[in-house]
Design a protein around this ligand. Structure first.
Ligand SMILES: Nc1ncnc2c1ncn2[C@@H]1O[C@H](COP(=O)(O)OP(=O)(O)OP(=O)(O)O)[C@@H](O)[C@H]1O
Ligand SMILES: [Mg+2]
Length: 209
């Protein structure tokens, strides 16, 4: 379970998230909607341990992982992340990127993910040699491959056409169902949201009044 308790986050003196609380139980999928700039990415980065809260605490499976001044590093949390920008390792090929989070010797899983995301032909290319939509799929395959307990997806299907979107939605849902993990899915697309889960929260832009 992920518990966010009364978290406030500033970037310098600008408040982005104020007194925000949320619980994501095990085996659940949650969609986060909201206008550009409302703090969706910031929320995921807080959960992943890439940002430090200014107030409040975050717990994963009952253990404190973030509070003002201290965070458990991202790699010590059982989390898979697809960043809003694909953030692939530029010096690694497509298949090396997908293999990145796996224990060595798990080539079968890499091949499976390459097939499921339609990237087999691109396995030996570098990120600079593939398109934006292909990079999104590599990022998704890389996050799904290790079957993390918590999957944080930040608009993972941008730049994909409708058919491919549908296939990737199915892949995401299957992976989450197989692992019994939890998913937090950020999107602007209400159609995608309805596909992923009935549990949808909408964040508003913080305004100091
Ligand atoms: N590193 C940073 N330094 C300063 N301000 C930031 C930083 N990152 C984000 N912000 C600001 O914080 C606010 C929330 O940003 P965030 O990226 O979380 O929004 P978002 O909901 O993900 O938006 P989008 O839908 O456009 O991706 C925005 O006003 C943004 O400009
Ligand atoms: Mg964002």
């Amino acid at each position: 379970m992920i518990q966010i308790n009364d978290v406030t986050k500033y970037y310098r003196d600008v408040k982005v998230i104020e007194h925000f609380s949320l619980e994501v139980s095990d085996h659940t999928s949650l969609v986060v909607l909201g206008p550009s700039g409302c703090g969706k990415t910031t929320l995921l980065r807080l959960i992943a341990g890439l940002e430090i809260p200014d107030e409040g605490e975050i717990y994963i499976n009952g253990s404190l992982v973030s509070c003002p001044g201290w965070v458990l590093p991202p790699h010590r949390r059982s989390i898979g992340f697809v960043f809003q920008t694909s953030a692939l390792w530029p010096h690694m090929t497509v298949s090396q990127n997908i293999r990145f989070g796996l224990h060595s010797g798990n080539d079968g899983r890499v091949q499976e993910m390459l097939t499921r995301t339609g990237l087999m032909e691109l396995a030996n290319r570098y990120p600079s040699q593939i398109s934006g939509g292909q990079a999104r799929r590599v990022a998704l395959a890389r996050a799904l491959a290790p079957e993390p307990e918590y999957l944080l997806l930040d608009e993972p299907l941008t730049n994909l056409d409708p058919d491919l979107k549908q296939e990737m939605l199915t892949l995401i849902k299957e992976t989450v169902a197989n692992t019994g993990g939890s998913l937090i899915y950020v999107t602007h697309d209400a159609g995608e949201a309805n596909h992923i889960s009935e549990r949808i929260i909408e964040i508003k832009i913080y305004r100091d009044e």
